[in-house]
Design a protein around this ligand. Structure first.
Ligand SMILES: [Zn+2]
Ligand SMILES: [Zn+2]
Length: 155
């Protein structure tokens, strides 16, 4: 089982964070913003409770944009190396999307689904055995249930 807290940080080490509660889910997002932000085909957000997330070193800079679903979003990034650490909604919906690649230990990460497939790039075809959504799913319950079933953080 994975031990909490989960640690992570940016590329230069100026920002460090801790996740102190079990994540809700991990999936791949193929929306156009995630492609720009990561410079790749998709991003892999780890959804965590906002109250269970804290920066332990450094102060993030903030950038805001409008998501493909039309929601106002913000991103925290490092002023020195530019790495994006996490995204959230304005006003808050209680959760943050932490970018999986910024974790110290990514060995437990196994995305349960692929969302925003309507803008997916053909370079990396999504796995057929994951949940699929053409846009943002209206209900993430199946994603949460499938992540829980992985048992990474206990029952
Ligand atoms: Zn940095
Ligand atoms: Zn996205």
């Amino acid at each position: 089982m994975v031990q909490l807290p989960l640690g992570g940080g940016c590329q230069c080490g100026g920002l460090r964070y801790e996740i102190r509660q079990p994540p809700l889910m991990v999936y791949n997002c193929h929306c156009t913003n995630c492609q720009k932000i990561g410079g790749g085909a998709f991003s892999t957000p780890v959804t965590v409770f906002e109250v269970g997330f804290a920066f332990t070193k450094g102060e993030p800079q903030t950038f805001e944009w409008t998501s493909d679903a039309g929601n106002r979003r913000f991103g925290w990034y490092c002023r020195d190396c530019g790495i994006r650490i996490a995204h959230g909604q304005i006003p808050s919906n209680g959760v943050l999307s932490v970018r999986a690649g910024t974790l110290d230990d990514t060995s437990w990460v196994e995305p349960v689904g692929d969302i925003w497939l309507r803008s997916a790039q053909p370079w990396v075809p999504p796995s057929a055995d994951r949940l699929r959504a053409e846009q943002g799913p209206p209900d993430y319950t199946p994603y949460i249930e499938r992540f829980l079933a992985q048992g990474r953080f206990g029952g």
